[in-house]
Design a protein around this ligand. Structure first.
Ligand code: HEM
Length: 206
């Protein structure tokens, strides 16, 4: 019974990351105009940033559950390192793209600031996490990658909250709120996980 909740939570994370990553690549089959008309203007005005973002951010999201899978990390550390390089590179390019999209967004200053801050923190936490891994500082690496993962997961929380916020607050206010709400609570949860892990006796699994 005690193992049921963590398993259910982990299944939800796997399914939501992989489904949203796959759904994000719908533009490859349908084209941008048809599959995401509300952001199609970015494809004309800043195509490099746009395609780097929508092509590569889903790579980071799809890799996320693999990187947090303890069994894989323990059995195949080499694979974890290679997938980690892919995760970092995907975030470097799609995060810079996301920053350019946020600056060029026509949705208003408050949502643009929310997405801009998210992009900077995404790049910063991931960069710091990888830098620490390269220096063998694995406890700190783990902490910063938990923060990075919480921000990558914003792609999921955004799409969970958006229909509810649009229905209750309307599109303008709903979008303004989701630009912050998709990641700030995720970071709070990440900090709570880190705090809980710090209190755990050494050797007990996370
Ligand atoms: C975590 C940092 C992220 C930031 C700062 C960010 C930022 C943005 C911005 C500013 C836009 C354009 C929205 C607009 O102009 O109104 C956008 C669109 C998009 N982003 Fe991200 N994003 C992030 C993560 C992700 C991830 C991890 C995915 C993976 C699925 C993703 C997939 C997309 C897609 C597919 C679009 C096109 C619109 C849509 O289908 O929702 N983004 N993003």
């Amino acid at each position: 019974m005690s193992g049921l909740m963590p398993r259910f939570r982990s299944a939800l994370i796997w399914v939501s990351c992989l489904l949203i990553a796959l759904a994000s690549w719908r533009f490859l089959l349908l084209g941008v105009e048809l599959s995401m008309p509300f952001v199609a203007y970015h494809a004309l005005e800043r195509p490099l940033a746009f395609y780097a973002h929508i092509g590569l951010a889903p790579v980071a999201l799809a890799l996320l559950p693999f990187q947090f899978w303890r069994g894989l990390r323990q059995r195949r550390p080499g694979l974890h390192r290679w997938l980690g390089r892919g995760y970092g590179l995907a975030i470097l390019m799609s995060g810079l793209g996301g920053l350019v999209l946020a600056i060029g967004s026509t949705s208003g200053a408050v949502p643009a600031l929310g997405f801009g801050a998210l992009a900077l923190l995404w790049l910063g936490t991931t960069g710091r996490g990888i830098w620490l891994a390269m220096r063998g500082r694995m406890t700190e690496h783990r902490a910063w990658m938990i923060r990075s993962g919480a921000l990558t997961f914003a792609a999921v929380t955004l799409r969970l909250y958006l229909p509810f916020l649009f229905a209750t607050l309307g599109e303008d206010l709903g979008y303004t709120i989701v630009a912050w709400a998709c990641w700030l609570p995720n970071l709070v949860v990440a900090e709570a996980i880190l705090r809980r892990n710090r209190k755990r006796p050494v050797g007990q699994p996370a």
